[in-house]
Ligand binder design. Structure first.
Ligand SMILES: CCCCCCCCCCCCCCCCC/C=C/C(=O)SCCNC(=O)CCNC(=O)[C@H](O)C(C)(C)COP(=O)(O)OP(=O)(O)OC[C@H]1O[C@@H](n2cnc3c(N)ncnc32)[C@H](O)[C@@H]1OP(=O)(O)O
Ligand SMILES: Cc1cc2nc3c(=O)[nH]c(=O)nc-3n(C[C@H](O)[C@H](O)[C@H](O)COP(=O)(O)OP(=O)(O)OC[C@H]3O[C@@H](n4cnc5c(N)ncnc54)[C@H](O)[C@@H]3O)c2cc1C
Length: 639
C-alpha cells in the first residue's frame, strides 16, 4: 500500500476523544494551542532541519547549532514571542545549545541568589543576550578548588559564568558561594587575563549532546569584584566582614531545585517521544503468526510486546502529571520563600531530587527498551532512537548523580521519621508517615484480581511498603553509634527506601489527577487504565519489596499480575490514539519508524539511498584497499 494513512484502521479503534486527550496532555487548551502552533512553525522552517546531524563533523555540528540558536533568537524577537512561546520554540528545535544554560541556569541563579541591586544590574543584560552566561559548579577533581569541568556553554561561547567556589575571608572558610565572573572579552571574545577556558571534548554518540560546548575553566590570580558575589544569602562587607541573611544557607542550591523540576517535566517528553515511535512501529510491523495464509501478526498484539511497551506508555503519562504537580510545588515554595516562609524547602528539595532521579532513570532505560521493541530497524539513526538515547542519558548524571540524589531523599525520610517522636506531624508527600502505626501492621484486602483496581487499595499497599522500608532503615541506623557511619553502611537499603517513597508520590499524583474533572468522551477511563497499569506494573516489578515487608501475600501478587494482563488488553485498541494525543509533528519525532502515516518501509528504503556512502556505486577506498586484496586472493587461488 503506497501513500495514505497506514495506521487509519488503528486510529478507528480508539474508544476515547483524542482531541480532548491532547488538551489533558498539554495541561490546558491554551498550552495546547501554543504548543501546536509553535511545533508547526518549527517543522515548516527549513532552517531548523535536523536529519543531517549524525553525518556532521563536530565543528560543522557546533557551528550549525550556533546558526540555529542565533536564528531562533531572531525569530523570537521578530515574532515577539512570549517567554512561554520562546521556550516551546527551544523545545521543538530540539537541539541542546549554550542558550539552555544561559536561560535555564545562569539567569535563575542570579534571580534566586542575587540581591535586588545585583538583579537590576545583570538581568537586563542577560535578558537581551548582551552577555551570555553559564553555570559552573562541577570540578574536574573534587573540592571546589581545582578546575571547573563540564559546564555547558562554557567551552566556547559564554562571556560570563556563575562560578561556585569556596569563600575564604581572614583565613576562615565559609563554604561554597556563587560569584558572577566575566570570562571573555565582549569585544573580541578572547579569554580575560588569568583565565584558561576551552571545550572538554567529544561526548557519547554522534550529534546528540555534542552540539553543546561543555567546558573546562581555570583561574590564575583572577580578581572578582566584591559586588559580584551573589549576596542574597550571605554578604561580605567592604571591610571583609562576612555575614548571613536570615535565610537558610541551602538557598545557594536553589537553582538546582528549579532545574530538577524542569527535568522531571522533560522526562515525560523524552519518554513519550520514544514510546510514540515504538507504538506506531509495533502496529506497522508484522512478524510470524499468520494462519491460513492471512496477514502476519502485528507485533503490538504479542503479549510480550505489550508487557514491555504499555508500562512505558503509562509511565509517560504518569511523569507528565507528576511533573505538572511538581511545577505547582515549585511555584508554591517560591512564593513562600518570598514571604520568608522556608518550611517547605526541604520537601521541595527531596521531591525534586527524588523525582528527577526516578524519572530520568526510567526514561533512559525506557528509550533503550523502545529501541529494542523496534527490532533491528531501531538501531538505525533514521529511527530517531539512538540519538534520543545519547542526548537523554546524561540526565541521569547531570543536576546530580541519581544515586547521590536518592541519598538526599533518604536523609529527608529518616529525619521525618525521627521527628515523629517529638510530635511533629508530617505534611505534604510524607503525610502518610503520620499513620505509621497503622501502616506497619495493616493487611491488604485484595481477594480477587479486580480488587486491585481500587485506588485506596493501591495507595495503602504503596504507603505501607514505603513506610515499612523507611522504618526498617531507621531502626537499623539506630544500632550505630556513629550515624554517618551507619548511613554509609546502609546506603543501599536507604536508596531502595527512597525509591519506594518516590514511586508512591508518582502513583498518588496520578490517582489525584483522576479525581479531577476531566472532560472528553472516554478520556478519564483511558487515564484510569494507564494509572492502574503504572501502579500494578511497579508492584509486579518490585514484588520482592511488597512481599518481604508483608504488605501483600503471594496470592495477591499473583492477582495483581493477572489484573495487569487484563489491563494490557484494554489498552491495546487505544494505543495508537494514546500516542497521537502527544501531538508530535514528524519533524519533532525525527523518526521514520514513528511517522504519523505509518508508511515506514518506502521511507526507510528511500532514506538509505541518501546516505553519503551511497553517493557513488563504488566507494572511495576501493582502489586503494579492496582491489589489491582481491587481486592478491586471485593469485593465491591460482597457486
Ligand atoms: C526567551 C528564550 C527562552 C528559552 C528558554 C530555554 C530554557 C531552557 C531550559 C533548559 C533547562 C536547563 C537544562 C539543563 C541542562 C543540564 C545542565 C546540567 C547542569 C549541572 O549539572 S549543574 C551541577 C549540578 N550539581 C549537582 O547537582 C551536585 C549534586 N550534589 C548535591 O546536590 C549536593 O547536595 C550539594 C553539592 C549541593 C551539597 O553537598 P553538601 O555535602 O555540601 O551538603 P549536603 O548534601 O549534606 O546537604 C546539606 C543540607 O542542604 C540540603 N540541600 C542540599 N541540596 C539542596 C537543595 N538543592 N535545595 C535545598 N536544600 C538542599 C540537604 O538536604 C541538607 O539538609 P539538612 O537538613 O542539613 O540535612
Ligand atoms: C552532559 C553533562 C552536562 C553537565 N553540565 C553541567 C553544567 O552545566 N554545570 C555544572 O556545574 N556541571 C555540569 N555537569 C556535571 C554534573 O553535574 C556532574 O557530573 C554530576 O553532578 C555528577 O558529579 P560527578 O561527575 O562528580 O560524579 P561523581 O560524584 O564522581 O560520581 C561517580 C560515582 O560515584 C557515586 N557517588 C558519588 N558520591 C557518592 C556518595 N556520596 N555516596 C554514594 N555514591 C556516590 C555516584 O553514584 C557515581 O556512581 C554536567 C554533566 C554532564 C554529563
Amino acid at each position: 500500500m503506497e501513500g495514505g494513512d497506514h495506521l487509519a484502521h488503528e486510529r478507528k479503534k480508539a474508544q476515547f476523544d483524542v482531541e480532548a486527550m491532547k488538551i489533558v496532555w498539554a495541561g490546558s487548551r491554551h498550552a495546547f494551542e501554543v504548543s501546536d502552533r509553535i511545533s508547526k512553525l518549527v517543522a515548516s522552517d527549513p532552517a531548523f532541519r535536523k536529519d543531517n546531524r549524525p553525518m556532521l563533523s563536530r565543528k560543522e555540528l557546533f557551528k550549525n547549532t550556533l546558526r540555529k540558536a542565533a536564528y531562533a533568537w531572531k525569530r523570537i524577537i521578530e515574532l515577539r514571542l512570549s517567554e512561554e512561546e520562546a521556550s516551546k520554540l527551544r523545545f521543538y528545535v530540539d537541539e541542546p545549545a549554550f542558550t539552555d544554560l544561559h536561560w535555564g541556569m545562569f539567569l535563575p541563579a542570579i534571580k534566586g541568589q542575587g540581591t535586588e541591586e545585583q538583579q537590576q544590574k545583570w538581568l537586563p543584560l542577560a535578558y537581551k543576550m548582551q552577555i551570555i552566561g553559564c553555570y559552573a559548579q562541577t570540578e574536574l577533581g573534587h573540592g571546589s578548588n581545582s578546575s571547573k569541568w563540564w559546564p555547558g556553554g562554557l567551552g566556547k561561547i559564554s562571556t560570563h559564568a556563575v562560578v561556585y567556589a569556596r569563600l575564604i575571608t581572614d583565613g576562615q572558610d565559609h563554604g561554597v558561594h556563587g560569584f558572577i565572573v566575566q570570562l571573555r572579552s565582549l569585544d573580541d571574545h578572547s579569554p580575560l587575563p588569568g583565565i584558561t577556558v576551552g571545550d572538554i571534548g567529544m561526548k557519547f554518540g554522534n550529534g546528540a549532546y555534542n552540539t553543546m560546548d561543555n567546558g573546562v575553566l581555570r583561574f590564575d590570580h583572577v580578581r572578582i569584584p566584591r559586588d559580584q558575589m551573589l549576596m542574597k544569602v550571605s554578604q561580605v562587607s567592604r571591610e571583609g566582614k562576612y555575614s548571613q541573611s536570615n535565610v537558610p544557607r541551602q538557598l545557594v542550591y536553589g537553582t538546582m531545585v528549579f532545574v530538577r523540576q524542569t527535568i522531571v517535566a522533560d522526562a515525560s517528553c523524552a519518554l513519550s517521544r520514544a514510546v510514540c515511535i515504538a507504538t506506531r512501529y509495533s502496529a506497522v510491523r508484522r512478524q510470524f503468526g499468520s494462519q491460513n495464509g492471512g496477514p502476519e501478526t502485528q507485533v503490538i498484539d504479542y503479549k510480550t510486546q505489550q508487557s514491555r511497551l504499555f508500562p512505558l506508555l503509562a509511565s509517560a503519562y504518569a511523569f507528565r502529571f507528576v511533573g505538572e504537580w511538581l511545577k505547582w510545588l515549585y511555584t508554591d515554595v517560591t512564593q513562600r520563600l518570598q514571604a520568608n516562609d522556608f518550611s517547605t524547602l526541604p520537601e521541595a528539595h527531596a521531591c525534586t531530587a527524588g523525582l528527577k532521579s526516578l524519572t530520568t532513570a526510567a526514561t533512559a532505560d525506557g528509550i533503550e527498551e523502545c529501541r529494542k521493541l523496534c527490532g533491528g530497524h531501531g538501531y538505525l539513526c533514521s529511527s530517531g532512537l539512538p540519538e534520543l538515547f545519547a542526548v537523554y542519558v546524561p540526565a541521569c548524571t547531570y543536576e546530580g548523580d541519581n544515586t547521590v540524589l536518592l541519598l538526599q531523599v533518604a536523609r529527608f525520610l529518616v529525619k521525618t521519621l525521627s521527628q515523629l517522636g517529638s510530635g511533629k506531624q508530617p505534611v505534604g508527600t510524607t503525610a502518610y508517615m503520620g499513620q505509621v502505626e497503622h501502616l506497619m501492621q495493616c493487611h491488604c484486602n485484595v481477594q480477587k484480581a479486580e480488587d486491585w483496581l481500587k485506588p485506596a487499595v493501591i495507595l495503602e499497599a504503596f504507603e505501607a511498603r514505603s513506610a515499612r522500608m523507611s522504618v526498617a532503615c531507621a531502626k537499623n541506623l539506630s544500632k550505630f553509634t556513629n550515624p554517618e557511619e551507619g548511613f554509609a553502611e546502609l546506603s543501599g537499603d536507604l536508596v531502595e527506601a527512597a525509591i519506594a517513597h518516590c514511586q508512591l508520590i508518582i502513583v498518588s499524583k496520578f490517582i489525584e489527577k483522576l479525581q479531577q474533572d476531566i472532560p472528553g468522551k472516554g478520556v478519564k477511563q483511558q487515564l484510569g487504565v494507564l494509572c492502574n497499569i503504572y501502579a500494578l506494573f511497579l508492584l509486579h516489578k518490585h514484588q520482592g519489596d511488597f512481599l518481604s515487608t508483608g504488605c501483600i501475600t503471594p496470592k495477591q501478587a499473583y492477582l495483581a499480575n493477572e489484573q495487569l494482563r487484563a489491563l494490557y488488553s484494554q489498552a491495546r485498541p487505544n494505543a495508537i490514539a494514546l500516542v497521537d494525543a502527544f501531538n508530535y509533528t514528524d519533524h519533532y519525532l525525527g523518526s521514520i519508524l514513528g511517522c504519523y502515516d505509518g508508511n515506514v518501509y518506502p521511507k526507510l528504503y528511500e532514506a538509505a539511498w541518501k546516505d553519503p556512502l551511497n553517493d557513488s556505486v563504488v566507494p572511495d577506498g576501493y582502489r586503494e584497499y579492496i582491489w589489491p586484496m582481491l587481486k592478491q586472493q586471485l593469485r593465491t587461488a591460482r597457486l
